[in-house]
Structures are given as structure tokens and as C-alpha cells.
Design a binder for this molecule. Structure first.
Ligand SMILES: Cc1cc2nc3c(=O)[nH]c(=O)nc-3n(C[C@H](O)[C@H](O)[C@H](O)COP(=O)(O)O)c2cc1C
Ligand code: SF4
Ligand code: FES
Length: 545
């Protein structure tokens, strides 16, 4: 009789791999295991979240009893028997050798998992598995031994800044909410993630939803809130499904609801599904949308931390911000503050995509250079050559950000450095562009996005973005005049300075940054002024019969 094989196959069951056939592969693995019978007894097939290298999915990791793991990419359902053979050692040869990834590859070796530590490890649909990996331990600890002030102190010490884009200090925001006059408070998680090229928040929700719930519960305790909402965009059905399941499981275990974990702390958490408007990610528009109103921004102040849902102080934080909280409590604020740079602490999750060899999720310490992220971790442009790996520019910050040229790849990725370059961190989308990319076209692409997503409430954004897009058309279609360059810059300044919310204020950034670094492309797209022939030639023509 064959001895049981205590092996585990971790199968990525997040959106990226599912779209490449992960469900069929997992079903085929179950069938193949059944067919092997006793020989595969004890082989666990475990669905997990994102294993990071999303562009090579479906991915499966084999965990060996001795502790070693192997990761396989580009798998298909037909390869399920070969994968089981590789796991159990029962087959002949090594059919999947070419699909086995090297764990020492910089894509994996240079990452530091803090927010993503449970991604690809826990089963996102099982609270028991999440508990076995430490979920809710910090919430229980905080409720048993911490005051709200002590929690806020740790968050302040950590130096954590909001990961939703603006980088506002999280501890300071928590203090602002907590120190408002007595009364009800609400905590809201912003999971609208509308930036093109961003999929970090979706991955956290799909891969480790209990981490977010725990972070939100700790935040609610720290600011004195007893209700909360996770606002998720409708385009994320799997994230919504898993989050709803996780909330149900947490309520059933007494980790949400009344008297959490035997304490006097109560928290009701619900999911609110957005209706697909990018501007609803802006915090005041988001609050309007939760309350059933049209999702348009309003002027600030007052800030939501002062006057939010139903007029009560409301804490709004991004998914990644809140998912960082359990680790900060576990390891301590000082531990977190020791990672990163002077002004930007901790790690940052990036969604790396575009013209890059390794597409996926990357978590690195703040201050890691763009070169390391894009070339060493990302592998540069496929087939790209030279010291910059065929990279022409890197777009950060989505429609509010900018394009950074390859010459500046040695820039550390932190809030201040990116801002100095005319871009911004944004939520973490990094889109790599190769040599053949036309920068006026890139600028027009983002401007058209802003035109479509402008809510129309204020004129500079509603009309200005349309005019900017029309001006950019002239460059892309090579019918611009040199004077259009000035018009473009002037209009950018006007729209940025006079729009009501961040969408309009930052919409010119992709234009301004491409003008700053790739001006010659705009100039080359201008019609040249009619060339005058030398005077003698003109006169000669006139007197000629
Ligand atoms: C047009 C626009 C869209 C935004 N979209 C998002 C979003 O999808 N997710 C997010 O967390 N923040 C988004 N923000 C930023 C939020 O307004 C807010 O600053 C953030 O949720 C605060 O959380 P944080 O302090 O954890 O970063 C957006 C802002 C603007 C102006
Ligand atoms: S800047 Fe644009 S999105 Fe923001 S309120 Fe004005 S019109 Fe709406
Ligand atoms: S979705 Fe499977 S590796 Fe990211």
C-alpha cells in the first residue's frame, strides 16, 4: 500500500488566472487526483488568491512536505495529470520543466510581502484557513489590551500614508475623525479602483478579504465607529462575492456584529456596489453614492473626516491602507516605519502592466527605483534591448499621473520623487511603454478618459477636458500649428487650477508630463510654416514669361 502523500497544490483562483482557464484546471486536477486513487491520497488541492505573475496564468504552486515550493505557469487543464505527476513523483520524466519558474528570479526574490502576505497563501473563501494564518489575531489583541488612542499611536508611528492616491497621513486622519465632538461615526473602505491599469485592490479583495475586514474593524475601534461600508466597483464581481462571503463568515464567528470577540465593541459592516463611474472613487462623490444620491463631488472643507455620511464624521481609507493595519499592529509602528524612505514609509503594491515581460502584482519597499521595478523585476519590454530594456516611458498614477521617461528610471518610487517629476504615485498602476509609443497619443488616450468620466458639475473640467482632447486630436492627426502648443499649455493650467475636484485638477498631468519630456514629438506633429523661397527666386519667377 502506498503511503499518503502530504502534498499541497495551491491553485490561483483570482480573476487573472480564472480568465486564463484556472477553473477548468482546478476541476481537472480533482479528476486526475481521483483517478490516481490511493497513490494521490493526501494531496490537497487548495484554491488561493493571486500568486503575483498574473500574465503567465493559470499558476499553481506545489508545496512539498519538507517546506520547499515550486511554481508552475502557463498551465492548461490538459496538463493536470502531468502536474500531479510532478507533485507525487509518480510520472515519468519532467514534462513541465519549461513551465517551472525560478523562485530566485528577481520577480519573486525582490518583493517584500506585507499587504500581500496572505495573497496566494490563504484560501479566500475559508475563514478557518484565514484564522489558521493569523487573521483577526490583531483585532482580538487590540480589543483585549489596547485603547483607541494606543491603536492610533501605532498607526502614527508607522508613518503610513493613504494608498488611494493623495498620500495623506493615515494616523492624522484617524485622529481627526476620533477627536470630533461625541456622536456616531462611520468607517468606509474605498474599493472603487477606477485607474486604468490598476488591479492591486481587486487582488487583495479576491485573495485575502479577511485581512481587509480585520483592518477595517481595527480602524473602526480606533475612531469610535460602529458601522462601516466597503464601496466596491460593480466591475469586480468576484471580489464582491468573496467579500460578501467573508463578511458572512466573520459575523458567524462573532468577529463582526455585537460584542465582537467577547468585548463591548460593536461593528456592522456592509458592501455597497458602485455603478461604474470613475469619479465615485473621489471621497465626497463616493459618500453621495452610498447615500443613494448622484455620485458627484462637493467642495471640501468640510472634509468627510468632519462631515461625512449622514453628517457624521467618516473615516475613508483605501483597501491597501486598511489591509496594512493588521501587520502594523502585529509588528509595531516602528517596524513598519523602518521600511521605505524618510517621507514614504512601508511597502507599496504596484500593478505592473503594458509593454513588460512580467505582468503582475509587485510589492516592494517604498524608495525602490523604477529601474528595479520595471527592468529587474518586470524584465523590461519583451525583446527590448539596451541599458533601458527598450522602455520609452513609465506611466504612473493613471489619468491623474504622468509619463516618466526612461532617462529617469533611477528615480526612487516615493510620493515626493514622483511629484517632483510631474507625475504621482496614484493608487499603484505602473504601465510600461515601449519605443514605438506615441506620446501625444498617450496624452489623448488619458484625456479622452477624463472627458468620458467628468461628472460635468463644473465648467473648467466639463468643457476644458473636451477642448484639450480636441487640441490633442490636432497633434495626433499631425495638423496642429505651433501656436497650439501654447494653447495646450495654457488650457492645461486653467483646467488644473479651476476644477472643483481631483479629477479635473489632475486631468492635465498626462499632457503636461509628456510635453515636459517628449516636447519634440508634439513639435514634430506641427505643420511647418510655409517655407518662403529666396527673394531672387521669387523675382525671377515674376519676370519669367
Ligand atoms: C477622481 C478621483 C478618483 C479616485 N478614486 C479612488 C479610488 O478608486 N480608490 C481610492 O482609494 N481612492 C480614490 N481617490 C482618492 C479618494 O478621494 C480618497 O483620497 C482616498 O480614498 C482616501 O483614502 P487613503 O487616505 O487611504 O488614500 C480618488 C480621487 C479622485 C479625485
Ligand atoms: S472637476 Fe470634473 S469630475 Fe470633478 S466636479 Fe468638476 S466636472 Fe465633476
Ligand atoms: S491572478 Fe493568478 S497570479 Fe495573479
Amino acid at each position: 500500500m502506498t503511503a499518503p502523500t502530504p502534498l499541497q497544490l495551491r491553485c490561483c483562483a483570482a480573476s487573472g488566472c480564472r480568465s486564463a482557464g484556472a477553473d477548468a484546471l482546478q476541476a481537472a486536477l480533482h479528476t486526475a487526483r481521483d483517478q490516481l486513487g490511493g497513490a494521490a491520497e493526501g494531496v490537497t488541492i487548495k484554491p488561493v488568491g493571486c500568486l503575483r505573475l498574473c500574465g503567465r496564468g493559470p499558476l499553481v504552486a506545489i508545496d512539498r512536505p519538507a517546506g520547499a515550493s515550486e511554481l508552475y505557469a502557463d498551465l492548461s487543464a490538459e496538463q493536470a495529470p502531468a502536474l500531479l505527476a510532478a507533485a507525487t513523483g509518480l510520472g515519468q520524466g519532467d514534462a513541465l520543466a519549461k513551465q517551472r519558474l525560478d523562485p530566485a528570479h528577481p520577480f519573486f526574490a525582490l518583493q517584500q510581502a506585507v499587504v500581500l502576505e496572505g495573497c496566494g497563501v490563504v484560501n479566500p473563501e475559508s475563514i478557518d484557513d484565514a484564522l489558521a494564518h493569523g487573521s483577526y489575531a490583531q483585532l482580538k489583541r487590540v480589543l483585549a489590551a489596547f485603547s483607541p488612542e494606543q491603536v492610533r499611536e501605532q498607526v502614527k508611528r508607522s508613518g503610513l500614508r493613504g494608498r488611494g492616491g493623495a498620500g495623506y497621513p493615515t494616523g492624522l486622519k484617524w485622529d481627526t475623525v476620533a477627536l470630533q465632538p461625541p456622536g456616531p461615526r462611520t468607517v468606509v473602505c474605498n474599493a472603487d479602483e477606477g485607474d486604468p491599469g490598476a488591479f492591486m485592490d481587486r487582488s487583495v479583495l479576491e485573495s485575502d478579504p479577511h485581512r481587509l475586514i480585520e483592518g477595517m474593524a481595527i480602524a473602526a475601534f480606533a475612531v469610535g465607529a460602529d458601522q462601516g461600508y466597503v464601496y466596491v466597483r460593480a466591475e469586480y464581481p468576484l471580489a464582491i462575492e468573496r467579500l460578501r462571503l467573508a463578511l458572512k463568515q466573520a459575523r458567524a464567528k462573532g468577529l463582526l456584529g455585537a460584542g465582537i470577540a467577547g468585548s463591548s465593541f460593536n461593528l456592522r459592516l456592509e458592501v455597497r456596489v458602485g455603478a461604474g463611474a470613475y469619479v465615485c472613487g473621489e471621497e465626497t462623490a463616493l459618500l453621495a453614492s452610498i447615500q443613494g444620491q448622484r455620485g458627484t463631488p462637493r467642495p471640501r472643507p468640510p472634509f468627510p473626516a468632519q462631515v461625512g455620511l449622514g453628517g457624521a464624521p467618516t473615516l475613508i481609507n483605501n483597501v491597501e491602507t486598511l489591509a496594512s493595519i493588521p501587520v502594523i499592529l502585529r509588528e509595531g509602528g516602528d517596524w513598519y516605519a523602518a521600511i521605505g524612505t524618510e517621507g514614504s514609509k512601508g511597502t507599496k503594491v504596484f500593478a505592473l502592466s503594458g509593454a513588460v515581460a512580467h505582468t503582475g502584482l509587485v510589492e516592494v519597499p517604498m524608495g525602490t527605483t523604477l529601474r528595479t521595478v520595471v527592468l529587474t523585476i518586470g524584465g523590461g519590454v519583451p525583446g527590448g534591448e539596451g541599458p533601458d530594456g527598450g522602455v520609452k516611458a513609465v506611466q504612473t498614477g493613471g489619468p491623474s499621473g504622468g509619463c516618466i521617461p526612461a532617462a529617469l528610471l533611477d528615480t526612487p518610487v516615493d510620493y515626493e520623487s514622483l511629484r517632483e517629476l510631474g507625475s504621482m504615485m496614484g493608487s499603484g498602476g505602473l504601465v510600461v511603454m515601449g519605443e514605438s509609443t506615441s506620446m501625444p497619443e498617450v496624452a489623448r488616450h488619458f484625456m479622452r478618459f477624463s472627458v468620458n468620466e467628468s461628472c460635468g458639475k463644473c465648467v473648467p473640467c466639463r468643457a476644458g477636458t473636451v477642448q484639450l482632447a480636441q487640441l490633442l486630436d490636432r497633434f495626433v492627426e499631425r495638423r496642429a500649428e505651433l501656436a497650439d502648443l501654447e494653447r495646450l499649455e495654457e488650457l492645461c493650467r486653467m483646467v488644473g487650477a479651476t476644477s472643483l475636484c481631483g479629477l479635473g485638477q489632475a486631468a492635465p498631468n498626462p499632457v503636461l508630463s509628456t510635453l515636459r519630456y517628449f516636447r519634440q514629438e508634439y513639435q514634430a506633429a506641427c505643420r511647418q510654416p510655409a517655407q518662403c523661397e529666396p527673394l531672387e527666386a521669387c523675382l525671377l519667377q515674376e519676370v519669367s514669361p
